[in-house]
Design a protein around this ligand. Structure first.
Ligand code: ATP
Length: 245
């Protein structure tokens, strides 16, 4: 079993004339909570869409949990979970009906029992019989994580998981992500703009700029390497401005 949850080599993505990823090379060891940072349009969603096999790369290679995204896409989908920025559910079905649908779609054995387990993991009791159209954004995100982990993935991809949540919702989601990582050993790869959350949640970060990786290190090393800059926000801005101290 490879030690790397994610291994990307020379990944390029062109949308017509537009280069969204430019020779991206990046490795994320198993067990990390990795935060991919970058300005709007830096290529974060494109990278996640390629790693989750939703988009083909123009060139280059990538593997997730040792499975190649181009030659083994079905195996990749079996070992990953994905929470997109705007998670889609059937709003006129209940939470339980939605989860049952997705559990059966991904071939989960004993789906009813597994649904109880995942709802316990995301600490979301008592809403199974409610229609999802009535759910708040925070409740949808929790349901989205429950859905994403139904088939016990090794690597979980989250695209802006806390965007649009209130502080309580952000804290709840943070606790779930940390619990999944520490207690269940799930490697997490998340795109985010909320740098305060990154310091509280992530173990390592990478910064994308115009499709290129311009920085990667652990959170601890990052906070130590920039004396005089107290927050990840200040550090991020100095790296992104091309003037690391
Ligand atoms: N389907 C598409 N067709 C053409 N260009 C695209 C397409 N999708 C993304 N792009 C462009 O590729 C670049 C990278 O986009 P991407 O959505 O990956 O960035 P991002 O870092 O996720 O941005 P954000 O933080 O705003 O979500 C941007 O310039 C974007 O306009």
């Amino acid at each position: 079993m490879t030690d790397m949850a994610i291994q990307i080599t020379g990944l390029v993505k062109q949308y017509g004339e537009k280069t969204a990823l430019e020779q991206l090379t990046l490795s994320v060891p198993r067990g990390e909570i990795f935060g991919l940072l970058g300005h709007n349009g830096a290529g974060k969603t494109t990278a996640v869409n390629i790693l989750t096999t939703l988009l083909p790369p123009s060139s280059g290679t990538a593997s997730v949990a040792g499975r190649d995204i181009q030659t083994q896409p079905a195996e990749v989908r079996r070992v990953i979970g994905y929470l997109p920025e705007n998670v889609q559910f059937y709003d006129n079905l209940t939470l339980h009906e939605n989860l049952m649908f997705f559990a059966q779609l991904s071939g989960v054995q004993h789906p009813a029992a597994r649904i109880r387990v995942v709802l316990d993991i995301v600490d979301f009791p008592g809403h199974e019989r409610e229609r999802m159209g009535t759910f708040s954004k925070g409740m949808r995100q929790r349901a989205g994580i429950a859905q994403a982990i139904l088939h016990e993935p090794e690597v979980l991809f989250l695209d802006e998981p806390t965007s649009g949540l209130d502080p309580q919702g952000v804290a709840t989601l943070r606790n779930i992500i940390i619990r999944l990582n520490r207690e269940l050993g799930v490697t997490v790869f998340m795109n985010t703009h909320l740098l305060g959350e990154v310091t509280r949640t992530c173990t390592s970060i990478g910064i994308l700029s115009a499709g290129e990786l311009i920085y990667q290190d652990s959170i601890a090393a990052t906070m130590n390497s920039f004396p005089g800059q107290d927050s990840l926000e200040e550090i991020y801005l100095s790296i992104a401005a091309g003037t690391p101290s």
